[in-house]
Design a binder for this molecule. Structure first.
Ligand code: DP6
Length: 347
């Protein structure tokens, strides 16, 4: 027999950025972070996990049609081994269950967007992997408990197991058991929220997040302040903004946190650059739109790459998405599209 489960996981885009690890093996962050889960209509990973006693002995992983070196990916191995251990304990407690934990696994995963282009593909990827294997193994663990496993695959992945507004609490314990994701508000709390993704470049990024954040932790002088006071204050403030559906407040914190994160990258030694001229043109345009309208209607944020994600409310779609498309779309030699327009929060 072949046992099988298929699932999808969404992309999440942080508004308070995770940048820095206090433990690289357990993948524990130096600060809490908060993200918005995007709609799976535009951006998602689709993963099928199967297992069978008749499969060849090794676990395999295929990503976007290409076999991956699973044995050299400590992170993938860590996720699989944690999930297997949970399945094994179910089988030990109930001898009538099929011994799935002893069968080789086959994982097949596909993104509908460019991988490693600063579009949080690792987040959706590891979240889908963990969810698919957990479903295959019929594990009773909650998304919050599974976030502990997904975190070991990629930090940001722990936030893609839930919808809506999700916080990843840094936690205090050395073993990381309290470093978990939790839903701050469901998608339905703020259904007017929208996001547009401007794909400035779909190429692979120069410096991976993992490597970049290690350089920042080791060398940036601004970083300590970000971790000790800037982020904790912003976490509290943005959670209030979300609770009150206060878009201008949400937007200012989001833009400032993106800017602080990229400032610590520039302050790293040697400096790290993720944004480019087109990214900066989009930043200026968002400020221009907000100034022209006389209220804050749009907020940009950038991950470890040049692509912009711009948040706005549904009523301002024409003003924000319309203006950005017509102006940046007409800029010669810069932006080469496409635009993704996921409705934030609708899964
Ligand atoms: C800038 O989650 O990709 O997108 O844990 O090393 O896999 P690893 O890092 P990753 O880093 C994401 C960094 C970020 C900010 C964020 O998503 O919070």
């Amino acid at each position: 027999p072949v046992f099988r489960a298929t699932t999808t996981a969404p992309v999440n885009i942080a508004v308070i950025k995770y940048w820095g690890k206090r433990d690289t093996t357990l993948n524990l962050p130096t600060n809490s972070s908060l993200s918005v889960t995007l709609s799976q209509k535009s951006l998602r990973t689709l993963t099928t996990a199967s297992c069978s006693p008749s499969y060849p002995t090794e676990d395999t992983l295929n990503l976007n049609g290409r076999p991956q070196e699973i044995q050299s990916s400590k992170r993938t191995l860590a996720c699989i081994s944690s999930l297997r251990t949970l399945r094994k304990s179910l089988e030990d407690a109930d001898s009538s269950l099929p011994k799935l934990s002893s069968y080789p696994l086959r994982i097949v995963s596909e993104n509908n967007f460019p991988t490693a282009a600063g579009l949080a593909s690792s987040a959706a990827g590891f979240a889908a992997l963990v969810r698919a294997v957990a479903d295959l193994y019929q594990l009773p663990q909650s998304p919050r408990e599974l976030s502990r496993i997904a975190r070991q695959g990629s930090g940001s992945a722990c936030r893609s197991l839930m919808g809506g507004y999700v916080a990843w609490r840094t936690g205090e314990l050395a073993d990381g058991t309290d470093s978990l994701a939790e839903e701050v508000a469901p998608a339905s709390h703020w259904p007017e929220m929208r996001a547009i993704v401007l794909v400035v470049s779909a190429e692979k990024k120069d410096v991976s997040s993992t490597e970049g954040m290690q350089t920042t932790v080791a060398t940036s002088e601004l970083f300590a302040q970000r971790v000790s006071s800037v982020v904790p204050e912003r976490m509290t403030a943005i959670e209030e903004a979300i609770r009150d559906k206060d878009f201008p407040k949400f937007a200012e914190i989001t833009m400032r946190d993106s800017n602080t994160f990229h400032a610590t990258c520039l302050d790293s030694w040697p400096p790290i650059f993720y944004m480019n001229d087109v990214s900066r043109a989009a930043v200026r345009l968002v400020h221009d739109i907000n100034n022209a309208v006389g209220r804050t209607v749009a907020a940009y944020t950038y991950d470890a790459g040049p692509n912009s994600v711009i948040y706005y409310e549904e009523k301002d779609t024409e003003l924000v998405a319309g203006t950005i498309k017509s102006i940046l779309g007409a800029t010669a030699g810069g932006w080469d599209g496409p635009f993704y327009e996921p409705l934030a929060n609708v899964t």
